[in-house]
Design a protein around this ligand. Structure first.
Ligand SMILES: [Zn+2]
Ligand SMILES: [Zn+2]
Length: 239
């Protein structure tokens, strides 16, 4: 049997399973998203944030304002875009996509991120690179949520996804509870880039950016391998 094209398959699926809001159960959006208009409007969009690292600001700032940390030292990526603040219902959506095998939530988050990217006048990259998981963790979890989100994003934005150009070669202990310096040390040597790197302009895709040490380290090794322009596109950023 020949494979159905994704759009035909999607329209059949959406007739069989009409989009339903994952948060309140109301009918989903007309564009086939599993989120109703009301719940979409309630999501904490990360509009007031550092222009480089997406750190949420408490108050309104002039466009282009940098946080204190980026003023002290610019990160090795050009810009991090985070669709949402990691608060309200966002953590439950992200945790579901990450640890509970809810690939429907990964799809929804990818769709939301695509919309945020489209609205942000991005520097279009050649490729999307999901933050890699260590093979051991990938085996345990069965999937990499960043890759699942990147897959949806790639389809929505017509960009290829390259999950193989870099890998996580060191399983790092959990980062929570560590301060910034310890996190950096913890991550040193964690990533390896397959050389030669084919890409010059890329967007790293992640689910949540916490302190930013992971994306800083990954961007650093990608730059060393020849990447010239790197953006980070993430679903959410912690305050
Ligand atoms: Zn809803
Ligand atoms: Zn910043």
């Amino acid at each position: 049997m020949s494979e159905l094209s994704p759009t035909v398959a999607e329209s059949i699926l959406s007739r069989l399973f009409p989009p339903t809001c994952v948060l309140c159960g109301a009918p989903g959006s007309a564009s086939g998203r599993d989120l109703c208009a009301g719940c979409t409007a309630d999501l904490p969009r990360n509009l007031e944030a550092c222009a480089r690292c997406a750190l949420p600001f408490d108050t309104r700032m002039p466009p282009g304002t940098l946080c204190g940390r980026c003023q002290r030292r610019l990160p090795p990526f050009g810009r991090c875009l985070a669709a949402f603040r990691y608060e309200g219902v966002v953590p439950s959506l992200v945790v579901g996509a990450k640890f509970e095998g809810r690939l429907d939530l990964a799809r929804l988050l990818g769709q939301c991120l695509a919309e945020a990217v489209r609205g942000s006048e991005p520097q279009w990259p050649e490729v999307l690179v999901p933050v890699p998981l260590h093979p051991k963790r990938l085996r345990a979890r069965g999937y990499n949520q960043a890759h699942e989100i990147a897959r949806v994003l790639g389809r929505e934005l017509s960009l290829p996804v390259d999950p193989l150009c870099c890998s996580r070669v060191r399983a790092t202990p959990p980062q929570s509870g560590l301060d910034e310096r310890e996190r950096r040390r913890n991550l040193r040597g964690a990533f390896e880039v397959q050389e030669p790197l084919r890409w010059r302009r890329l967007a790293i895709v992640d689910d949540v950016v916490t302190t930013g040490s992971t994306i800083v380290e990954l961007a650093r090794v990608l730059r060393r391998a020849g990447a010239e322009r790197i953006e980070v596109w993430a679903v959410a950023r912690t305050p």
